[in-house]
Each structure stands twice: as structure tokens, then as C-alpha cells.
Design a protein around this ligand. Structure first.
Ligand code: SF4
Length: 389
């Protein structure tokens, strides 16, 4: 690459490995409104420096364990109500059957997703759990995670605001876990805003889960949701909060930058999706703010721009399932893995299949789990090609 000539003092600081302030980041953003070339070039350079030409994904099966939820976010189509066709309450047998199928497809990750503590709002959920032999959703997830390991898959649980003891218990079986910060701004919880009826999305509550996962040393996936009514300063504050957590606890394994897409059956159905150029600027800014971190965008939400995002600094496509839909964004099907492979190759990148935990976080995973990973893992810490292809 030719030597970069930059006019932005703040971007020069980034390349010199110097700390940048919130004001610097906002200034980079302002300047990129008319011309993104400097920002994008720096993001590209940082990506190359820290992640070389590799891009990863996780071959997963999505288990929609229970999608009742005690909260209501204005953009959410995942959450179901009793009696709705999309309601999912997976029995033990359904989970077992799903795991067997996932193994047959040579999936690596069993992604377990639930709504926020359904049993606290729906007596029916409480009864269903009791009939299955569990007191809480978290207890069921602990059991399901054990089943996944037995079936030869690696669980990654994303069940909202789990308590400290629940996280601690799940750590025994989950090689990593996830909770999106979404945004650090309290303003989004005010009346008329998307998180008004979602106590679990209050920034303090989310931060507590992330801090607890840090104290427990759980490799954690988090991220931001872009385009739900936040402003740029709030996005920057959110990225800086994640960076702060990563520096303090060292357990943030990846940051998802997710673009909002309106869903027809939600309150925000008429809102506009996140603007593509603005989203690209935010992805590049994320790389500038956190040069070494793993940055992911969901490929099914930006299906026409693979090449662009790889050039902007991402190094992971997240979980891609060959057999289950994305229940959070059901109208966007997963791309075929072979297509992601060829798109990545055409853009000059080598696709690898990772475990739900990135190689640099293996030391946080128990020996017992590592031994299981070694059965399908290669020397580079990724899943062996002859297994996933
Ligand atoms: S986004 Fe999560 S917390 Fe919000 S309504 Fe949907 S399932 Fe519940």
C-alpha cells in the first residue's frame, strides 16, 4: 500500500498509536461526512496490521429456546406473545433433535437464545419450565448447554441480563457468551424511545452483566445497534464504553456493529433503516477506536456490500447457519457459506471457521472444553477445514 498522506490530526494520532479522545473521534466523524477516504484508508490499514488478510465466521445452529420476553423493545420482531404462530418453546426432545441435525451438518456452535426472563412475566412460561424440571430459563439453558457439549457442539448463550451466579454456572459449558450493549444512552429508555418498556436495556443493567462477565473471565460478545434513534455522540459514547470494558477486564472477544432494519410487525415499522454510508462510517470508526479488537457485522443484513465492509475494517462475519433461520431478522436469510467464502476470496481475504471463542481467548476456557475443541481444531486455533467445508 502506498504511504498514507493524512490531513486529519486525529487520524495521524491513531496511526502513531496515540490515544484519541471523544472529541477527536467526533471530529473524525464530522470530517468524514463529506469525504470518507481518509477514515476508510486508516481503518483498512489498521485492519491489515492487526488482522492480516483473514476473516472468520462461526458455523452455527440457532436454537430459539423460548421467545417470550418480559420486556418490549419497539424494534423487536423476535419476541412472541402467547398464541402467536412464531411462539417458540423448545422441549428437551426438540433441542436434542436440533443438536443431532446440527452435528450432521457439521455445525460447531449451538447458539442458545431466549427472551428476557420470560418466567417473570408469563405464568405459562413458569409452568412450562416447571414441567420440564426447571425453576428458571437460566437453569434450562444450563441443561441445554450440557446437551450441546454431549452432542459435540459448543454452546454460546445469549439470554439477556443473566445474573452473576447464572453466568458462573454457564461458564462451565459455554466457551463464550453474548449480550449486546446496544447503546449506552439513558435517553433511549425515555418515553417514546425504543427501550422505554425494556428495563433490561437500561445501560446500567447491561453494563453490570458485562462487568460480571469480566469478573468471571467469560469471553464475551457485545456490540451496538445502529439506527434506533440514537445520535452520533451516543454511538461514540457506546464504543468508548465497550473499549473501556475491554481494557479493564480483557474479556471482550468481539464487537458486533449491527444495522437496524425495520420489521413490519413492530412499532418501529415505519422507521428508516440505518443509512448505509453512515453505517460504513461507524464500522470504520469502530476499527479506529478499537484497532485490535475483533469487529463483526452480520452478513445477512448487508448482503450487497461484503467487499466494502471487509475493506472498512471488519474481520468476522459472525454466526452463519446452514440449517436454521435468523430468528432475530427472519426476513434476511443467511448467505450460503460457500458464497461468503468466494466473496471473501474475491476481496483478497481468507475465510476461516472459528469456534464461538476466538483463539486469543482460549486461555479463558477450561481444559475440559479445550480438549473437546481439540477434536476438531487445527494448529491455528480455528476449526479444521476438512471438518467445516
Ligand atoms: S430485543 Fe430482547 S429484550 Fe427486547 S423485546 Fe426483543 S427479546 Fe425482549
Amino acid at each position: 500500500m502506498n504511504k498514507l498522506v493524512l490531513n486529519s490530526e486525529s487520524l495521524i494520532k491513531v496511526l502513531e498509536n496515540k490515544a484519541i479522545s471523544k472529541e477527536d473521534i467526533l471530529e473524525i466523524y464530522q470530517k468524514s461526512q463529506n469525504d470518507q477516504s481518509e477514515l476508510f484508508a486508516v481503518a483498512r490499514k489498521l485492519r491489515k496490521k492487526h488482522k492480516k488478510n483473514s476473516v472468520t465466521f462461526s458455523k452455527k445452529a440457532f436454537f430459539n429456546i423460548i421467545n417470550l420476553c418480559k420486556d418490549t423493545c419497539s424494534y423487536c420482531t423476535y419476541k412472541a406473545e402467547l398464541g402467536e404462530e412464531k411462539l417458540s418453546m423448545m422441549s428437551r426432545q426438540q433441542i436434542k433433535d436440533g443438536l443431532i441435525l446440527a452435528k450432521k451438518y457439521r455445525c460447531v456452535e449451538a447458539l442458545f437464545v431466549t427472551g428476557e426472563k420470560p418466567e417473570q412475566r408469563y405464568p405459562e412460561a413458569k409452568d412450562w419450565l416447571r414441567k420440564n424440571g426447571f425453576k428458571s430459563t437460566a437453569e434450562y439453558l444450563i441443561y441445554a448447554s450440557e446437551m450441546a457439549l454431549e452432542a459435540g457442539l459448543f454452546p454460546h448463550t445469549n439470554a439477556g441480563n443473566l445474573e452473576f451466579e447464572e453466568l458462573k454456572e454457564l461458564k462451565k459449558t459455554n466457551v463464550s457468551m453474548g449480550v449486546m450493549l446496544e447503546n449506552i444512552s439513558d435517553r433511549l429508555t425515555e418515553k417514546g424511545m425504543p427501550h422505554h418498556l425494556a428495563a433490561s436495556k437500561r445501560p446500567r443493567a447491561r453494563l453490570k452483566v458485562l462487568e460480571n462477565s469480566g469478573k468471571l473471565g467469560i469471553p464475551m460478545t457485545t456490540g451496538i445497534l445502529v439506527g434506533i434513534g440514537e445520535n452520533m455522540e451516543e454511538i461514540v459514547d457506546s464504543l468508548l464504553a465497550i473499549k473501556g470494558l475491554a481494557e479493564k477486564f480483557g474479556n471482550v472477544q468481539e464487537v458486533i456493529i449491527q444495522n437496524f432494519q425495520p420489521k413490519h410487525d413492530t412499532k418501529m415499522r415505519d422507521s428508516t433503516p440505518a443509512d448505509e454510508i453512515c453505517f460504513k462510517i461507524i464500522v470504520a470508526l469502530s476499527r479506529v477506536v478499537m484497532p485490535e479488537i475483533n469487529i463483526q457485522i452480520p452478513p445477512n443484513l448487508s448482503p450487497n456490500s461484503y467487499h466494502d465492509f471487509l475493506q472498512l475494517g471488519i474481520n468476522d462475519w459472525g454466526g452463519i447457519s446452514p440449517l436454521t433461520p435468523d430468528f432475530v431478522n427472519p426476513e434476511f436469510s443467511w448467505p450460503e457459506i460457500s458464497k461468503v467464502d468466494s466473496y471473501s476470496k474475491n476481496a483478497g481475504f481468507e475465510l476461516g471457521c472459528r469456534f464461538p471463542v476466538y483463539p486469543e481467548f482460549f486461555s479463558s476456557v477450561s481444559k475440559e472444553l479445550r480438549d473437546k475443541m481439540n477434536l476438531i481444531g487445527g494448529k491455528d486455533g480455528l476449526v479444521r477445514e476438512d471438518y467445516w467445508r
